[in-house]
Each structure stands twice: as structure tokens, then as C-alpha cells.
Design a protein around this ligand. Structure first.
Ligand code: THU
Length: 159
């Protein structure tokens, strides 16, 4: 028997320290929180996807009185991006959360299902998708969606 340690590399910085392309994408994700439909949780999540051709696609969480029928911001964004641009890789996904009248101090933390969908997006295009999690105190930048989901399940498990 042996123990192994699985490490994740992440860059922590302030939004102002991000390269301009990422700074601007975070601004779009932050704006998008205002379009969330979240009358039940009042937790506004916005996301913005930068595609390889320069397009920016956005999304926000969409809740429903039948709770499980709603969908997170990350998945509304990635599904819209992939459905409308099935051959264009997503280079970067930025996420921001707003609640109680302010953006969260901690970096946004995508749920497990969204992490799985991010991974699929990365896999289908065969290139890493950067993920930027906005927090008012600090942002996290992951170079690849797989860094957010160690010991993951992918199409390779089905071969
Ligand atoms: N939410 C997201 O949009 N993304 C996540 O990754 C976590 C949670 C939404 C779902 C729901 O509308 C609200 O935040 C509270 O869970």
C-alpha cells in the first residue's frame, strides 16, 4: 500500500494583475451575474467563454420552481458556446459570483457537474481550456479544466 499526493497548480492574483484579455473576460462574467435568474437562491453567477476565434459567449444561472430543472451559469455558457460553435475550441472560461449586494471575496467555485462539463469541452477540442475564477480578494487561474477535477472520468474510461 502507498499514499500518493495529487497536486493542483493554480495562479492566485488580483483581477488587475491579469493579462488584459483575461481581465476583460472577467469583467464580462461579472456583468453577466446581473442577468442571473435566481429568485430562490439569490446567488448570482455569471460566466463568459472566450472562443479561439475571439468570440465571447456568456451565460448566467437559471433557476426553476422545480429546483433540479435549473442550470448553473457555467453550463448555460458552455452549452450555448458549443451548440452554436461546435468546431471552435473554448480557450478560456471566466466565472464570477454575486450575492448579498457584492461579489464574493473568495474565488468562484464551480460545482462538480460544471467541472465535468468543462472537462468534456476541453476533451472534445483536444486542447486545454483555461479557467479563471473571480474573487474580490483574489482570483484563481487554472491552466486546464482538468486541474479542477483530479481522478476524472472521461471518454478514455469508455474505451
Ligand atoms: N451555481 C452556478 O451557477 N454555478 C455553480 O458552479 C454553483 C452554483 C448556481 C446554481 C444555483 O442557481 C445557485 O448558484 C445556488 O446554488
Amino acid at each position: 500500500m502507498k499514499e500518493i499526493v495529487i497536486k493542483t497548480q493554480v495562479t492566485s492574483c488580483q483581477q488587475q494583475e491579469l493579462p488584459v484579455e483575461l481581465y476583460n473576460l472577467v469583467e464580462v462574467a461579472k456583468q453577466k451575474t446581473q442577468d442571473a435568474y435566481c429568485p430562490y437562491s439569490h446567488y448570482h453567477v455569471g460566466a463568459a467563454a472566450l472562443l479561439a476565434d475571439g468570440q465571447i459567449l456568456t451565460g448566467a444561472n437559471q433557476e426553476n420552481a422545480a429546483y433540479p430543472s435549473g442550470l448553473c451559469a457555467e453550463r448555460t455558457t458552455l452549452f450555448a458556446a458549443n451548440a452554436n460553435n461546435p468546431h471552435t475550441p473554448v480557450d478560456v472560461l471566466a466565472i464570477a459570483c454575486y450575492t448579498d449586494g457584492h461579489f464574493t471575496e473568495d474565488p468562484a467555485s464551480p460545482c462538480g457537474a460544471c467541472r465535468q462539463v468543462m472537462l468534456e469541452t476541453e476533451h472534445r477540442f483536444g486542447k486545454p481550456m483555461k479557467v479563471v475564477l473571480y474573487g474580490a480578494r483574489e482570483c484563481y487561474v487554472f491552466e486546464s479544466a482538468k486541474d479542477l477535477l483530479p481522478v476524472c472520468f472521461t471518454s478514455e474510461n469508455l474505451e
